[in-house]
Design a protein around this ligand. Structure first.
Ligand SMILES: Nc1nc2c(ncn2[C@@H]2O[C@H](COP(=O)(O)OP(=O)(O)OP(=O)(O)O)[C@@H](O)[C@H]2O)c(=O)[nH]1
Length: 231
């Protein structure tokens, strides 16, 4: 489903700036901080299923190729603070992503690279996904993780753990092997995203007490929910 990128971004900007004082006076209502995490990788590796598993708590009955981006969100409480994890499930197919790519990388807080453990080609594509991140000038301190999906298909595994671990080490990323389908397999999807959420929460500066720089305020009207959120 194609989401309205402008609406997504206005939502994000509002969320990112609203914890400070609003220009023009008056205290804004208390809001959760939102962290935007993009999930990227080849088509069919299971990005939709992973994000759905985390946000809806189950494996989707059926999926279709993502067009543009699908957007899912889940609120979690970490150390007493309620934050929102906003997952951008990006399109793996080039023809469905090219008009959206610049929106994926705007204001991003973390990146999840996904490959399919039963498809070596999806593992070999990882350098080009990393290169795409580089081209969009992602800051070095933005957390990145590597996720091998479909580990439930044991007899079909083509990407050995030691090979993936070597790649992850080379690129200074933690590696998780998981299954969106079977939550009991290896690293749990829940644990993977919660680990990332903890990392983000402790790394990102709180904006509560600082008056924001006026030039940085981009408050826009509350957007209509024009994007897909299945959870
Ligand atoms: N066995 C198994 N199948 C999975 C798993 N995750 C996803 N699949 C299947 O893999 C196929 C592709 O899953 P999607 O989540 O749609 O893949 P995607 O990466 O979002 O694909 P694009 O939207 O084209 O980029 C579907 O048939 C899923 O049912 C998994 O953990 N185990």
């Amino acid at each position: 489903m194609m989401a309205a990128a402008a609406d997504l971004e206005s939502s994000l900007e509002l969320s990112l700036t609203s914890s400070g004082a609003v220009a023009g006076g008056g205290l804004p209502p208390a809001r959760s901080r939102i962290f935007k995490i993009i999930v990227i990788g080849d088509s069919n590796v299971g990005k939709t299923c992973l994000t759905y598993r985390f946000c809806a708590g189950r494996f989707p009955q059926r999926t279709e190729a993502t067009i543009g981006v699908d957007f899912r969100e889940r609120a979690v409480t970490i150390d007493g603070e309620r934050i929102k994890i906003q997952l951008w499930d990006t399109a793996g197919q080039e023809r469905f992503r090219k008009s959206m790519v610049q929106h994926y990388y705007r204001n991003v807080h973390a990146v999840v690279f996904v490959y399919d453990m039963t498809n070596i080609a999806s593992f070999h594509s990882l350098p080009s996904w990393i290169e795409e991140c580089k081209q969009h000038l992602l800051a070095n301190d933005i957390p990145r993780i590597l996720v091998g999906n479909k580990c439930d298909l044991r007899s079909a595994i083509q990407v050995p753990t030691d090979l993936a671990q070597k790649f992850a080490d080379t690129h200074s990323m933690p590696l998780f092997e998981t299954s969106a389908k079977n939550p009991n397999d290896n690293d749990h999807v829940e644990a993977i995203f919660m680990t990332l959420a903890h990392k983000l929460k402790s790394h990102k500066p709180l904006m509560l007490s600082q008056p924001p720089d006026r030039d940085e305020i981009h408050i826009k009207p509350e957007p209509k929910p024009a994007m897909t959120c299945w959870c």
